[in-house]
Every structure is written in C-alpha cells, then in structure tokens.
Design a protein around this ligand. Structure first.
Ligand code: 4NP
Length: 184
C-alpha cells in the first residue's frame, strides 16, 4: 500500500489500451500527451504525469504505429513515435487509470486481469481502474472509439476527433479528482 507521501510525489499514470497498439491507443497517448503537455507545462507540472499505451494482443509487438494513423496525426501536428507492446500484469499495479478504446478492449483487459491476478500479486480491485475512453467525451455521443484498421482515411480522422474530445475532459477530471497533482 502506497503511503500518502508516495501518492503525492509519484507521477499520475495513464495507460491507453486498444487491440493492436498501432492505431488508437498510440494516438491517444500522443494526443493526450499534447493536451497534457500544453496545460501541464503552463502550470509547471511536467513531471506529474506518466503516459503510455498498450494493446490487448501481441501481434504487432515491436512495430511502429500504422502509417495511416501517423499521417492523420501528423496533419494535426502530433508526431506518433511509440512502439507497440502488449498489456502486461504489472500495468495493473503501475497505472492509476487504464483507458479502453472500445467495449471489447475493456472486456479483454478485465479478462487478462482475472487470468493474471492469481499468479501475480495484483491489487484486488485493479480492474476498477479500467474505463471507456468515450465516457469522457463531451462533444460526441459515441460510446466507443471505433477500430479504424480496416477503414479508409475517414476512420482515422474520426478516431482523432473522439480522442481529442475525450482527452480534454479526461485531464480535467484527473485534476479535479486528484487535488494533490496541482497542490504538491
Ligand atoms: P488498434 O487497431 O487496435 O487501434 O491498434 C488495430 C490494429 C491491428 C488490428 C486491428 C485493429 N489487427 O487486426 O491486426
């Protein structure tokens, strides 16, 4: 159990998860990072966040993001440089919040937790850290960030619209619920 001093000095950690970790979650990581950096830098809180992304499958492990996702992000001024990795047991210990892009991702993440919890020492309630990304959207009614992999350009633009919307209020919500980030 972390002491309150540890909680207050440790960066707040956010993990974005999709299926392959080559489209949605790397873009979320970087979109979020852009939004985070913008606000966080203005407030001198750069060191207060740790951001990463992962996939529920390892098929693309070690690969750069999908070129179509990179191109769409670049058009909005965001460079995606992350390397795909699958979610691992320690993520349930290391991250404060885990954002799933769609309901199947959320179910797969919780299923992975249930598989690992008995052979790893994981907090009993770590599955409660898993939330749907679109639950933070303010300007869109969608409940999931759709899988763009088999889609055309429009799919990637839609992903970025949803991520930008969700990331703004995700950051607001984290700051409101974790007063120590701004106060320490
Ligand atoms: P992502 O997109 O989950 O947003 O990274 C996908 C990447 C790969 C595959 C499906 C979705 N795939 O079938 O390999």
């Amino acid at each position: 159990m972390a002491s309150s001093t540890e909680t207050e000095t440790k960066p707040f950690s956010v993990l974005f998860v999709c299926l392959g970790n080559i489209c949605r979650s790397p873009a979320a990581e970087l979109s979020a990072e852009g939004v985070f950096r913008d606000i966080v830098k203005k407030r001198g809180l750069d060191s207060k966040f740790q951001i990463d992304s992962a996939g529920t499958i390892d098929y693309h492990e070690g690969n750069l993001a999908d070129p179509r996702m990179k191109a769409a992000s670049k058009r909005r001024g965001v460079e995606i440089t992350s390397i795909s990795r699958p979610i691992r047991p320690s993520d349930f210990r290391d991250f404060d919040i885990i954002l799933a892009m769609d309901k199947q991702n959320r179910d797969d993440i919780v299923e992975a937790f249930n598989r690992w919890r008995f052979r790893e020492t994981l907090p009993d309630d770590a599955h409660k850290k898993v939330e749907l990304m679109c639950s933070y959207c303010k300007k869109h009614d969608e409940t999931e960030v759709p899988d763009p992999y088999h889609d055309g350009t429009q799919g990637f633009e839609k992903v970025l619209d949803l991520l930008e919307d969700a990331c703004e209020s995700l950051l607001d919500s984290i700051l409101v619920e974790n007063g120590h980030i701004l106060n320490s």
